[in-house]
Design a binder for this molecule. Structure first.
Ligand code: PMP
Length: 438
């Protein structure tokens, strides 16, 4: 079937889908260093995407480079267990509260898929409760009610939401295993447990919902879910792919003082190298082969250089003040943004975690759910502003909009206060050019 795009060898001119930045389309990068990227046209841009939250240590961290160089000296060691694997397992489990054991995978998508498999295997149940707008990678069972769904789901009487596919190509039956509920809706979670509790294997959630900006759990909400899952014999899974290793070594579970049964890590776990993991309590993890019958592995899992890099990352984070430095630039940017939007009389709620800042334009009170955000988020304005900030003000990914909610800004150990103030000045200028008429 010929199409106007039949000459292109990369769909939409990208080999990696997320390299096409919304309305701007694909942008080719020549080089990346620190917290900056150089475009093919030679110009340098300050980067506020940072590998979608992975590159906490910047784009050319010597910590990572050194660990990879060192690992290559022993041969690639593809699919061999080494002393570094042992050290990583021990180190990881000494810092992450729920982690008594760790199993490595390659991506967050795999991690959440396998976490559900573990939950189903150990509980003998089928259903999974997830929250609207929480993103857990593009696997079939969890690609429902995400920010790429056509819209928010209407409420059903049982407390769940209408199943809204986050992509085409999902078997419709897979929606029957997923119960989407609204974030921070304690009553709805209690109700679905009341009705379906006997068949609920797990609740999976982003402990801080960064994929819809930055929506923190209401006080007591996670504790309530912890209590319900325990009472009904379901596992609580924290997806810490975005929150892990960004604010402290133990993740959001440590910060919020709620310990899940399983947790999934990715992104900043490898600070730019591909690695992810499922971790949890021994009583659940021991279902995995070779202790138990559950299969989790792959040709590229536990890749040696990734293991060496992840170990170097944790050791570096432990022995440095990266988290404090990131918190400083985060606080400065958050404050600047609050003042700028106020000066321009644009309603806006801003929250942040671990160097990720969610800017909820249009909200005049703290949003609690994806529907709260989507209802008021000014999509056209956000797209125009993003376009001006990129094309005229040389900011890469600054205030990037998704379909109807914001992608949080991403900071790193390489962002400086000067960069933050300069980006803020540029935003201030851009807002004079982009009318907000809502
Ligand atoms: N979980 C969360 C919370 C994520 O934000 C993402 C990716 N943005 C994933 C899982 C999927 O991770 P990956 O892209 O490594 O498959």
């Amino acid at each position: 079937m010929a199409s106007e795009f039949s000459q292109e060898t990369r769909v939409g001119k990208v080999l990696a889908g997320w390299n096409s930045l919304g309305e701007l389309g694909p942008i080719q990068i020549k080089r990346a260093a620190g917290a900056r990227v150089q475009l093919e046209n030679g110009k340098w841009y300050d980067d506020y995407i940072m590998g979608w939250g992975s590159c906490l240590l910047g784009h050319d961290s010597e910590v990572i480079a050194r660990s990879i160089r060192k690992s290559l000296r022993s041969g690639y060691l593809q699919q061999y267990e080494t002393a570094s694997h042992e050290a990583l397992g021990n180190k990881f489990c000494s810092v992450v509260p729920c982690a008594e054991k760790l199993r490595l995978v390659n991506s967050g998508l795999e991690g959440t898929m396998y976490a559900l498999r573990i939950a189903r295997a150990v509980t003998g149940k089928r259903l999974v409760v997830k929250f609207e707008g929480h993103f857990h990678g593009l696997n079939d069972v969890l690609s429902w009610n995400t920010d790429t769904s056509d819209s928010c789901g209407e409420f059903f009487q049982d407390g769940s939401l209408k199943r809204m596919a986050g992509t085409v190509g999902l078997p419709p039956e897979s929606s029957q295993w997923t119960i989407p509920v609204s974030w921070n809706d304690e009553k709805a979670v209690a109700q679905v447990f009341e009705i379906y509790g006997a068949d609920i294997a797990a609740v999976i959630l982003e402990p801080i919902a960064l994929n819809i900006g930055c929506l923190k759990p209401a006080p007591g909400f996670l504790e309530k879910i912890r209590e319900l899952t325990k009472r009904h014999g379901a596992l609580l899974i924290f997806d810490e792919v975005l929150t892990g290793f960004r604010d402290n070594l133990g993740g959001a579970q440590k910060k919020l003082n709620v310990t899940p049964d399983l947790a999934v890590y990715g992104k900043a776990f490898g600070c730019g190298v591909p690695i992810a993991g499922v971790a949890g309590k021994s009583e659940f993890m021991d279902v995995i082969a070779p202790r138990g019958p559950l299969q989790i592995s792959g040709t590229n899992t536990g890749r040696y250089f990734s293991v060496c890099a992840a170990l170097a990352v944790i050791e570096h984070l432990e022995g440095s003040n990266v988290f404090e430095e990131v918190a400083k630039v985060e606080a400065r940017l958050k404050r600047n943004l609050e003042l700028i939007f106020r000066d321009h009389s644009i309603p806006c709620q801003i929250d942040s975690y671990g160097g990720r800042i969610g800017v909820h334009i249009g909200s005049d009170k703290t949003p609690a759910t994806m529907a709260d955000v989507a209802r008021v988020y000014p999509v056209d304005f956000a797209n125009n502003l993003f376009s001006v900030l990129t094309k005229k003000y040389d900011l890469y990914g600054f205030l990037m909009p998704l379909a109807y909610c914001p992608e949080p800004l991403t900071l790193s150990a390489c962002h400086t206060l000067e960069m933050i103030d300069s980006a803020s000045d540029r935003l201030n200028e851009a807002l004079r050019e982009v009318p907000y008429d809502h």
